[in-house]
Design a protein around this ligand. Structure first.
Ligand code: TXA
Ligand code: MG
Length: 355
């Protein structure tokens, strides 16, 4: 169906009956959004090129940006990758089902469009009962990017999916708010040295228990550089997870960050700019005199709660009558790496270091 011909999008609670209906839609080449433990995915049959093309069209996503294939068991994994490096086996034993995506070598019968023509394919087994039941009922691996418009904030509720994609898919399975709130960690195990391509729901510390020498890729590319045939580093686009309202990011000691956010906010207010804050609850006393819209993501001591609240917080601020968002970074431990990565992308790479 062409995009000029909008579909009626239904949002239904995930039940055995609606999961069976969703599975039938997937088998028929349609798109279905479903919850995972990280964010909602926009799913289609991973083995059907026409269905894959619909994903790219619905999201407005360039076909140079490859998709993640979701599987429910070892047989589905074996059917799409050629061989399993020993490290991949160990990571799977430790973290699947879960928020870990592995880059492996793609079998030739898997459509090249799923991985933008790369010889590899990204695979994960999600740890969400609805996602697993849907994949099992479909009897197919399901390709699913996050169910948002391209370069927009990832969805953590069915409502977020509806807000972004209504009219562009048939069915949204509502399984409530997602538990982790940031996307999976992507690890490339297809080359000699394991690399984290995207920090996510499985922490670097946890990965290092299994792969002590794992490195994190610190490479971001601007969209302009990426206008080629294939992305040299897929997923490294800086303008990703971006709110519509410009976001300024501040890092440094808690005291310095609070002082700088306060000073910057007062300067902007003096210039008649409408400011919004994306902060931790711990920051509130130091910023209490600023009566501006604010989202508190939770305490610095509980980064799992911060991760869960992050994308909804960005969407909340986006809906407020403000001109600029001032945000802080979080401690670079545990989920803090993933949180800071998403904030850095939302800020299009600009971060102010505060002393
Ligand atoms: O948690 C998640 O991973 C969610 C849920 C739905 O599973 N999915 C998700 O998908 O975040 P998406 O499409 O928004 O992000 C997938 C990332 C992309 O940035 C893509 O570039 C990268 O994975 N990727 C996919 N295949 C790849 C490959 N063969 N090599 C390197 N990167 C790849
Ligand atoms: Mg995404």
């Amino acid at each position: 169906m062409a995009l000029s011909d909008p579909q009626i999008t239904r949002v239904v609670a995930a039940t055995p009956a609606t999961i069976a209906e969703a599975a039938a839609l997937i088998r028929a080449g349609e798109l279905v959004a479903f919850p995972t433990e990280t964010v909602y995915g926009l799913g289609a049959n991973a083995l059907d090129s026409a269905a894959l093309a619909r994903i790219f069209a619905a999201k407005g996503r360039p076909t140079t940006d490859p998709l993640i294939v979701h599987v429910a068991d070892a047989a589905q994994l074996d059917a799409i990758v050629t061989h399993m490096p020993p490290l991949a086996e160990r990571l799977i034993a430790a973290f699947w089902p879960g928020a870990l995506t592995l880059i492996l070598t793609r079998r030739s019968h898997v459509p090249a469009s799923v991985s933008a023509g790369l010889p590899t394919v990204a695979v994960r087994m999600p740890a969400h009962p609805v996602a697993l039941a849907l994949i099992r009922a479909a009897g197919l691996p399901i390709a699913a990017p996050s169910a948002n418009r391209f370069a927009h904030t990832s969805p953590t509720t069915a409502q977020h999916v509806y807000d972004d994609l209504a009219g562009r898919l048939t069915l949204i399975l509502d399984g409530g708010a997602t538990n982790i709130g940031v996307e999976s960690t992507i690890v490339d195990v297809s080359a000699a040295h394991p690399q984290v391509l995207r920090p996510g729901g499985v922490s670097l510390e946890a990965l290092r228990q299994i792969a002590p020498d794992i490195e994190i890729t610190r490479r971001y590319i601007k969209a302009v550089e990426a206008n080629g045939e294939a992305l040299p580093a897929p997923g490294m686009l800086l303008k990703h997870y971006a709110p519509r309202i410009p976001l300024h990011l501040f890092e440094g000691s808690d005291t310095a960050v609070r002082a700088m956010i306060r000073k910057t906010a007062l300067n902007l207010i003096a210039q008649e700019q409408r400011v919004g804050l994306l902060i931790a609850t711990d920051d509130v006393p130091a910023l209490a005199d600023l009566s501006v819209p604010q989202v508190q993501l939770g305490t610095l001591a509980d980064l799992e709660s911060v991760a869960r609240a992050l994308f909804a917080g960005l969407r909340d601020l986006d809906d407020q009558p403000i001109d600029v968002i001032l945000a802080r970074t979080f401690p670079p431990i545990g989920l803090g790496l993933a949180i800071n990565d998403r904030l850095l992308r939302a800020a299009e790479g600009k971060v102010t270091h505060c002393e």
